[in-house]
Design a protein around this ligand. Sequence first.
Ligand code: 9MR
Length: 369
Amino acid sequence: MKNNYNKWFLFIMASVLLAKTSYAQNTPTLKQVFKNNFLIGAALNAAQISGKDTLAAPLIKTQFSAITPENIMKCEVIHPSWDKYNFDLADKIVAYGNQNNLPVNGHTLIWHSQLSPFVKQIQSKDSLLQFIKNHITTIASRYDGKIFSWDVVNEALEEDGSLRNSIFLEKLGPDYISEAFSIAAAAAPQTELYYNDYNIEQPKKRAGAIALIKNLQSKGIRINGVGIQGHWRSDNIPLKEIEESILAFSALGIKVMFTELDLTVLPNPWDVDAADVNQKAVYNEKMNPYAAGIPDSAQQKLTNGYESLFKLFYKYSDKINRITFWGVHDKQSWLNGWPIAGRTNYPLLFDRNGKPKPAYYKVIAVGKP
Ligand code: 9MR
């Protein structure tokens, strides 16, 4: 009798497992459902590029149709001193992209943040201009024809739409942006060139981005697209402003992309949308409410947020070329460490075990109703 019970138990368990597996197998992947709409990208960290993240490896190949290096093409990694470059991981991600038919977006050539110490010490205008020339020419020409696109200039605007008060603006004046795009166009004639920033869906900052793009266009300098980063709060997504921005940017005749998408579920110390890596706040337990797991209410907000966002993206898929998530799974997300270090956040479509979350299935359903 007991033996029979055991047999039935095993049979039922096996059937449940089989049903679950075949359901997972029958669910199309992100890149499959949106293949006629836009590329679905992911930002890869160093462990993922070097194949050490075994959780992410199968997801990258099956779910995504584009990749962006999260950190390893930034100045402080790729160009550590005046005449020294470190191309190890950059070469790896480019080779991986080419082998797996995944267009690579280079991130990023000119950014005020994560600069190598030697750049911060440059005093003269001429030397800084020389740095920009060397940096862009060396890196962009190396990968021309091998990567698809570059975020040429990243985060050059303040929230009010004026130019950010960076070392570049201070020493070179506003023309540094045209310089950077001209140098990139000469070094990488086969690579698309983009401007990338956060909060440029917001009216004032958007106006600044439009002025920046129009300025390049009026000078005949090539710019192929704009990246709206998309670091938003799951219960406060600016859908109206996003819609207006898709229309306003595409009216400039350039590609529109969402390049760093993630939706935080945690409280923000200043109650604002932001992605400035220099803003930091101090840890306390109240600010880390879901360390033991995400409650249903927060999971639901995340799911609803992603669903409404992808409905909007789908509606405008003729104007949007790529949606890139800023990470593959929750464990990797920068939002576990920003703006407060040591928190547990849940901003992506795959959880800490690489399993699709409820939001994933809603997003898939938008592409395959
Ligand atoms: O996700 C990135 C994180 O790992 C880095 O520590 C940080 C500083 O280099 O940059 C993060 O990525 C940023 C991106 O490069 C530009 N937009 C904002 C992103 C989140 O801060």
